[in-house]
Write a protein that binds this ligand. Structure first.
Ligand code: SAM
Length: 231
């Protein structure tokens, strides 16, 4: 379970109302039973239930059961699509070890309003589900042009370019931080393409001989990055 709370031996830990409901009304945990907790910084901890009450539960940290494992410095930039597919992208990016997830508004993005809180909750659930100790941050949506204007010099950008479909354009190896960029269903505009082509940090890559749907492309691109640059 992810908690926004310091974790350490003997530390009492508070839970959100939803977490307390889940543990004590749904899972029916009892006094003396254990729960695994993480806060994104202190690894995994075993906490003991001292008071099993869904209004005022008390948990106390007993021992650390795993180290903190934080993913490599990889951002996923993606143009938001339909709600369920955007949820899917965030969930998979959290499972695949993205450190930061940024919805980008490109010229052809035509998504409904992006609800960052809801996406952040999906990232937390995904991290809990896969036994991770780290939750990626979901950033506020930002215009692609503005993001590229302020692009950090040292961060490489894997530009997944559907116009290269069928070409043999593989991901090269640059050390340091990275970001993966996936476009919307309508693809990138010519202006965006030339802007990206002029950026020394950007590497245009093909994800194979077929045009993938944006949500598939996000998973394929993260997999490709993890196999060549991940740890
Ligand atoms: N409307 C575009 C077209 O017909 O050319 C397709 C856009 S595709 C559904 C959405 C995004 O997924 C693209 O902008 C790109 O970032 C990525 N993508 C999909 N297939 C790809 C491929 N084979 N190579 C590189 N990127 C790909």
């Amino acid at each position: 379970l992810h908690v926004d709370h310091p974790l350490g031996a003997g530390q009492t830990v508070g839970l959100s109302r939803e977490q307390a409901h889940y543990l004590f009304a749904v899972m029916r945990l009892e006094v003396g039973e254990g729960v695994l907790l993480f806060n994104g910084e202190a690894g995994e901890w075993l906490a003991e239930v001292i008071v099993a009450n869904k209004r005022n539960p008390v948990l106390v940290c007993r021992e650390q059961t795993g180290p903190q494992v934080s993913p490599p410095d990889l951002w996923l930039l993606f143009a938001p699509i339909k709600k369920a597919r955007t949820d899917f992208i965030v969930e998979k990016a959290a499972e695949m070890g993205a450190r930061r997830i940024v919805p980008v508004l490109t010229e052809f993005t035509n998504a409904e309003r992006v609800k960052v809180d809801r996406l952040q909750a999906h990232a937390v659930e995904a991290a809990e589900q896969c036994g991770g100790t780290f939750v990626p941050e979901v950033a506020e949506p930002v215009k692609l042009a503005a993001l590229l204007d302020a692009w950090p010099k040292e961060r490489s950008l894997m530009f997944c370019n559907e116009a290269l479909v069928g070409e043999d354009r593989k991901l090269g190896g640059a050390p340091g931080p990275w970001a993966v960029l996936i476009g919307p269903e309508g693809g990138f505009s010519d202006t965006e393409r030339s802007r990206l082509a002029a950026m020394p940090q950007a590497q245009a890559v093909s994800l194979g001989p077929r045009i993938l749907r944006a949500d598939t492309a996000a998973v394929a691109a993260l997999t490709l990055w993890q196999t060549t640059h991940g740890d």
